[in-house]
Design a protein around this ligand. Structure first.
Ligand code: 7RM
Length: 384
């Protein structure tokens, strides 16, 4: 399974059979708490690892009743998902924050047209879910009664490693909560030492697990250096995270996405989440741009909520909004309004491309996983 189209050269992640299937099945059972009466729908594209583990193998191994849909989420209208939920009485829905934010942008009138009372459990996967999107999902889709499982995992891990167990793990919006039974995850510094509660660091897994990747196809040396060569004795995920005093994990995104402004390390996700908490913002992507004075400065690409018009006054307002939420150091030096962000098919924002665009470079690198090239063409066109 090829991955990391969002960060660079795609890697062929090699999985085998027994361990992979064992953990895909077990996590499907525990995280979605599947019962005979359930109708389970994971909206992922089968070309993404989530489609493998949680559309096909896990639910199939568990004997679940599965709904599969291949088609656009907004066609013929933005209530496509909700009409499917109503028609088939879906009970468990597993989707991605990027989809949730898209639905938020189109407004509550679309889900409001449908009876969603069959739903009993909601899942999220693919990126950190910002608290605004979490609350919307919980209230508007889940009717305030469905637990949300925010599931952290990777193509490399094969199956969910960090997630609440529904009904058993008290939720904190924005946190994937606790490692699954048998998984020893931690947050460590550059030397591999556990960092204190509340401090940021690298997310690692300290013991092997059944569905871990076996190698990178055709490149065993990269397998060793990428995952086991940087921090001694552990598996390195490539993600930054924080663990709070209750042991809950807060994943901050890929460490390559960190911006360094005047020596302050800022997680792009936190700045994006602050922007998305403004009522006029639908979605934001933040990148660092080389800056002679501060090392890097922040550029934010922002899509606006339905009907909102871009203006310089709004740019100033958004800058002030971020400064108030995080601190003046996080204030974006540049805001660019756009009608769409470059994403992979699984909905991950390709910040690498935005970094190139914001620093005035032509988009080079691999774009084979980009879902819609016209988005990049439009963003570049504006510069000329
Ligand atoms: C399942 C999948 C993996 C990367 C991973 C993270 C990010 C995924 C979450 C998340 C915060 C989550 N596989 N990620 N899930 N970050 N909370 N619940 O996405 O190989 O395509 O991507 O996705 O950065 O390392 S993947």
């Amino acid at each position: 399974m090829y991955t990391s189209g969002s960060t660079g050269k795609p890697k062929g992640v090699l999985h085998t059979t027994g361990g992979y299937l064992t953990q895909a099945a077990l996590t499907t059972r525990l995280v979605f708490d599947l019962r005979d009466e359930d109708l389970y729908w994971c909206t992922a594209d089968v070309g993404w690892v989530t489609g493998h583990s949680y559309v096909v193998y896990g639910p199939l191994a568990e004997g679940a009743t599965v709904l599969m849909y291949e088609g656009a989420p907004l066609y013929p209208a933005p209530d496509r998902f909700w009409s499917i939920v109503e028609k088939h009485k879906v009970t468990v829905l597993y989707t991605a924050p990027t989809a949730i934010r898209t639905f938020m942008r189109h407004g509550t009138q679309w889900p409001a047209k449908h009876d969603l009372s069959s739903l009993r459990l909601l899942g999220s996967v693919g990126e950190p879910i910002n608290p605004e999107a979490w609350r919307w999902y919980h209230k508007v889709i889940g009717g305030g009664r469905c637990p949300i499982v925010d599931t952290w995992w990777q193509t490399e891990t094969g199956a969910i490693l960090i997630s609440p167990l529904p009904g058993a793990t008290p939720a904190k919006p924005g946190s994937a909560s606790l490692p699954m039974p048998g998984i020893e995850a931690d947050v460590v510094d550059k030397q591999g030492r556990s960092v204190p509660a509340g401090a940021g660091g690298y997310l690692v897994v300290k013991r092997p697990w059944p569905s871990m990747l076996r190698t990178i196809y055709g490149d065993p040396a990269r397998y060793k250096s990428q995952y086991f060569g940087q921090l001694p004795g552990v598996y390195f995920t490539g993600d930054g995270a924080r663990k709070d005093k209750d042991g809950y994990f807060w994943v901050l995104g890929r460490i390559d996405d960190v911006v360094n402004v005047s020596g302050h390390r800022l997680s792009t996700m936190e700045v994006e989440s602050a922007l998305a908490s403004h009522p006029d913002v639908a979605e934001a992507a933040v990148v660092g741009r080389p800056d002679e004075v501060t090392g890097q400065s922040i550029t934010a690409f922002v899509t606006l909520a339905g009907g909102k018009a871009p203006s310089d006054a709004l740019k100033d307002e958004l800058r002030a909004h971020v400064a108030k939420a995080i601190g003046p150091i996080a204030r974006p030096s540049e805001i660019r309004f756009t009608d769409a962000l470059p994403k992979t098919r699984s909905g991950k924002i390709m910040r690498r491309l935005l970094r190139e665009i914001s620093s005035g470079k032509k988009v080079a690198g691999d774009v084979t996983t980009l879902e819609d090239f016209s988005v990049v063409a439009r963003l570049q066109g504006e510069d000329e």
